[in-house]
Write a new protein. Structure first.
Length: 78
């Protein structure tokens, strides 16, 4: 989990009190909730680190889960 959080440019303490989940529509995505919108806005994803995690993409949400940002994993094209 720490590798994922660091790859997004955040700290483990920034995570919301909710599980990180893998969700699937057409391509699987990792759903990651953070405590505040400010944390989501400040994320600075590390493409190389995300590539090493081998996920198709990430959907990061703030504490309200009403708005979020999506990051594609560089190798997936998803």
């Amino acid at each position: 989990m720490d590798r994922l959080v660091r790859a997004l440019g955040a700290r483990p303490g920034d995570l919301a009190d909710a599980p990180v989940q893998i969700v699937s529509t057409v391509h699987s995505k990792v759903l990651v909730g953070f405590r505040t919108r400010e944390v989501v806005d400040a994320l600075g994803p590390d493409s190389a680190a995300l590539t090493e995690l081998r996920c198709a993409g990430l959907l990061v949400l703030d504490d309200r889960a009403a708005d979020g940002s999506q990051f594609r994993a560089p190798q997936s094209g998803a």
